[in-house]
Write a new protein. Sequence first.
Length: 107
Amino acid sequence: MGVNRQPKLVNPADVITEKEFQVTFRRVAEALGWTCWLTWRSFHSPKGEPDLRLVRPPRYLLVELKRSQGKLTPAQAEAADLLKQCPGVEYYCFWPEDWPEIEKVLA
């Protein structure tokens, strides 16, 4: 028998790491019909680039995920300000505590 290397789905209220949050977020989004692309290794990306890009026509979301107590870096805050000014683009920054809002956004 092989070892299951899939990260387990966790209760958003119990999320500890950003990776667990991201896995849970992506699985829920995909179950709701979203196509998700993520920045796998951020050191190859420009500073401030959001973690995830989601598409479910006609909507396009750019999402930054932070662990509990996590804060946006200055580059992420600058990117957020720019992206929020773009018609047709929805930008969000979510923390695990935001799960009720996440469910509304992804519905």
